[in-house]
Design a protein around this ligand. Sequence first.
Ligand SMILES: Nc1ncnc2c1ncn2[C@@H]1O[C@H](COP(=O)(O)OP(=O)(O)OP(=O)(O)O)[C@@H](O)[C@H]1O
Length: 652
Amino acid sequence: MAEQTDARHADPGTDEVPDFDADPVAATIGTPISDELRAGRFSPSDSAYDYLRGTAGEEQVQMDADERRFIRRRSLKLLAHLSQGVRAKLLLTVACVLIAQAAQASTPMIIAWAIDWGLPRMTEGEMIGMWLPGSAYVVAALTAGLLIMAYTRMTASVSQQMLFTLRGEVFRQTQQLSLDFHEEYTSGKVISRQTSDLESLRELLDGGINSLVQGVMFMTFTAISIWIMDWRSGLLLLAVAVPIGFLGRWYQLRSEVAYRQTRISSARMIVHFVETMTGIRAVQAFRRETARSRQYRRLAGAYRDDMVHSLGLFGILQPTLMALGNLTVTAVLVWGGFRVLSGDLDVGILVALLLATKRVFQPLDMIAMFYNSLQSATAALEKVSGLLEEQPTIEEAEEPEHLDSCAGEVRFADAAFRYTEDGPTVLGPLDLHIPAGQTVAVVGTTGAGKSTLVKLLARFYDVSSGSLKLDDVDLRELALDDHHRHVAMVTQEAFLFSGSIRDNIALGRPDADEEEIVEAAWTVGAHEFIASLPEGYDTDVSSRGGRLSAGQRQLISFARAFLADPAVLILDEATSSLDLPSEQLVQQGLQKLLGHRTALIIAHRLSTVTIADRVLVVDHGQIVEDGSPDELIAAGGYFSRLHAAWETSMTS
Ligand SMILES: Nc1ncnc2c1ncn2[C@@H]1O[C@H](COP(=O)(O)OP(=O)(O)OP(=O)(O)O)[C@@H](O)[C@H]1O
């Protein structure tokens, strides 16, 4: 069963993860993105494209024009929303870029002015011919320099702020999404969204947008200056814009598909990497290193090929643009030269025209680069906005009922469950009443439905039909906070977060004081071994010295659950066998933990079953035996055979 369950009692504000609800910087950003997305405000409402909503269309590489428009609208709205808190700064940045680029583009005109107006005056001894154009040049250069400095800093702050918001939102969203989403989407894909996709966006926001606005403005102003100096050369420039437009469109269509493909292959590679690392014990135990490496090389190879392909497209775009630029400069030079000879054009203007024409194409390089990172970031944004659009299947009821105190009575009434709408019914329909305070052991063959039964009570899923009630309140109507407070789960893994033993126990109740933490550890029998560690409760569980045995980890998770003090306890017992002393220790801890609570335990040990008040045998999603351990042994069914087998294994 999943480890996320232990995090249910974690206080989101106590670890290194920023608490977005309390963070003043994040608060300036406005409504959290995911809520907006969930409200359906980011995607067009047209249900014809439902197959592209959320993460559903993530693997689709080829898209028609309508599909592209649908996805793009979602991405753009996300960007617009991200920019909400920083719009004033963004506008100021654009104003600075405009003025700086106008100042830069004016320099060839100043040179033309200096040659055609200033030089003749200087030869006649009028120094104004030098001072005036000279001063104008210095003012233009200084203005451009200072403003470039200002907008470079502002862009960095705007883009980092937007990414900060997005990072937090992706993290928050992935934590909020229900378990069924995570079971399908895998943590590798989430990691790929949070790392490589956000990195693509960073590249675009950090440098790309800057280059685009700067480049476009510079080109526009330079083109205007060319028109002002000589409209015929301006026409020539316009003619060259036609093939450039076609080239741009060609690149756009191809690179969009190519970059979408790179996002997919990059995610596959990361998924494989994360799976191998999280399953490293199994990989090494089954000697799968070579096979996993081979598979990783194949995926990394596919990513390399996709990247080479998309960069190859850029390799065609960039030199072609440069060649077109150089051809235009040659045309201006040859044509302008003849016109100077015929007295149709001043020399100063020709020099300025050549300078300007050469410079008008310079930003194309930058813009092409921008386009490259734009395509990569667009593909990333498609995926990230899809993830943010996902809705948790378990949500707070509109008017939730509250349970201030809870006795712990559980009732399944005609309850049935299937994982997918069209999938098979894996549990029920069944009726089951567990009175408050009863300890129930659940046993059965693998795949029988034991985990499903307890997952429903932990509300990882809701029943597909019938009802499941806690103290007579339907879980779907019960406030989520109250459910989390009254129902706790201890998972097989006994997952410990990096940090001290104290912090790990305190996850059960973050406001607990030292005395309560020690008391919880003492009650479940964990205090002795914790106190014997050199750093006691301060021992870092992820450090070498703090490495704990399976039994010790279980005791810590018991202490955590004891501190949380839920009315209902769900326990998925670890299947791994402990040595006898550890088993006894864990068993004693378990008994203390159970106390007078209602408990549902997926039991893998005979010792656990014997302390239960009642045993349920689950088979093919139905409860086929139900009674006290003694009754079931006497009945001679599945449980009695299992019991006999356990006893034999204990004595052999
Ligand atoms: N996320 C899921 N999506 C679809 N089917 C699932 C999912 N999880 C479990 N199932 C199916 O539901 C059935 C019951 O599974 P469940 O995990 O509840 O069994 P179990 O009794 O806990 O088994 P085990 O002892 O092996 O953990 C099985 O047929 C299983 O294949």
